[in-house]
Write a protein that binds this ligand. Sequence first.
Ligand code: GAL
Ligand code: ZN
Length: 650
Amino acid sequence: MIIGVDYYPEHWDRALWRSDADLMQKTGVRVVRMAEFTWCRLEPRENEYDFEWLDEAVGIFAERGIRVVLGTPTNCPPRWFCEKYPDALPVGRDGRRNPIGIRGHRCYNAPDFLEHAKRLLERMTKRYADNEAVIAWQIDNEPEANFCFCKKCIEKYRAWVKRKYDSLENVNRAYGNDVWSGEYSSWEQLDPPFGDYPSAWLNPAYMLDFSRYASDDMIEYVQLQAEIIRRNCPGTAVTTNVWFCENMPDFYKTFERLDFVSYDNYPPTRLPDNPEEYYSHAFHLDRMRGVRRQSFWVMEQLSGGLGCWSPMSRTPAPGMISGYSLQAFARGADTVVHFRWRTAVSGAEMHWHGLIDHSNVPGRRFEEFARLCRTAEELADLRGTEIRSEVAILCSTDSEYAFKLQPQTNGMYYREQLQLLHAAFTKCGLNVDVIGEREDISGYRLVAAPELYVTDSDVVKKLYEFAENGGTVILTNRCGVKDEHNNCIMSPLPAPYRKLAGCRVLEYDPIGYDRVPVRFEDGSVFWGRQWCDILQEETAGVLARYDGEFYKGSAAITENEYGSGKVYYIGTVGEKKLYDRLVPDILRKCGIEIIPGLPDNVEITTRTGADIEARFIFNNTGRQQTFLLDGGELCLQPFEMKVERRQRTL
Ligand code: GAL
Ligand code: ZN
């Protein structure tokens, strides 16, 4: 495992660069990422470039055996540029140009921006092409799907729709534009969603396509940079860093043609009081591993209390800095880069804390980080090991977009049911894959496909085949609701999955913040929340029924035999304990071995290599936990990670 830090030489007096690098070397930092916001230093005046300072910084790290990731500085064009080319600033939903001085002030499609960005990138990539210290490039910084509404972007949006549908008739049909006199009679009528209206007031088919366009358009921008880097620096890895932002791109497509996934990981520093609340980043980390189904990087990792655009959060409790970094490793990261070395003393992020405080006196968090670096060295041989899993959760970008566009009921959001299932699998001590809905699933025993709300017919077919051939499938409420355009399907729910599930939805009750009891055959009762599908079993048997409301006695959870497999349908969004009651049984029935009796928030994963196997046992709580594992008693301190190794005999 490799530990790195994000470093901003441009923020510090040069005198500090060497002493910082010395301390990094001594501490065990192996990688630094830098330069992603430095355009105005690299091109202080139009066509006048200055790379010397960056050469020096890279050199200082290289001399100390520390490798460098260079960010392309395109996130923030300099003021002289914006002043001269105001059309390169992005336009918001209100039709106004964004101001400079914050960041991300560039339109991905502005010709002047692209021309200048390409010119800078050509120089920068050529300059570091033969520099062995530079091991990877990060494109831009946290690029988001393109929600710029400038003239150029509107043209690109129209062209995207035209390519997809060919004719306006096809668009009108796909979007169901007969509602509210919405039919287009010329391409110029296709505008982005201007104005501050809730997205749910706009046509959902149009809005889903707009989200898809916005993601594709960002990917085009990223690829444009990737091509320059690859041409000039063949053999150097190319990535970009993502997080779960509001305008999230499709991660699967974003990374398809990059070399590895990078994720910015900031777990909460204050754990929720409500034990039902899901706070572990285990799901996000598994999801990032699932994007390319291979190991990934954390490009920014929690190092101190967060702040700036929000009031400051609590400082990480003892154990958190190291524990959360190791948690990422346990779930498939090979490199974790901490954000940031030292807290900025100026600028809007001065309260987003790094490893070292403003005082520049290394303290408690730094000491913990130093111990983490030593642990990482001890785990070096586990680099390249894999996380093998018999269980997968399917993740659908379209469904996530569509859920966001039309909130289904109060308190309901796409990720929750996925996380609840993930937490229940995790509590059984299993590795869990979270993968794109379009991935091959034939290698798994169990596939959970929660809330596949927007239907992709290939996915439907795949799930039928999977069950036919003996696989176990978990479906849930809101599966099969929409066609591929985000229009409703005129057929009893779960429409395309009805035969597979062996049940139909007679009616549904979006209960929002209300709760309805759900009773299992053995008499145990749990809360159903947010949503109740009132189920009519067809070929399926019933595992649990509603125990309240006018549908008391109706099926809530069913089990169907399909082909040589089994299919479960969960009609509600249960409280956490409901899944802990249901999931172990399902796992046992499909022959997956579980570790029973693990306490909540103890997370176990296994990484497997050719001749070694390492089991990671993580106490993701702020209290000491003692529990039985393999017949022995194990005691873990708050956020402690224990790693057990075993030679594998082949
Ligand atoms: C990330 C971003 C960094 C920094 C950090 C802390 O999202 O990539 O540049 O802003 O958050 O605020
Ligand atoms: Zn634009």
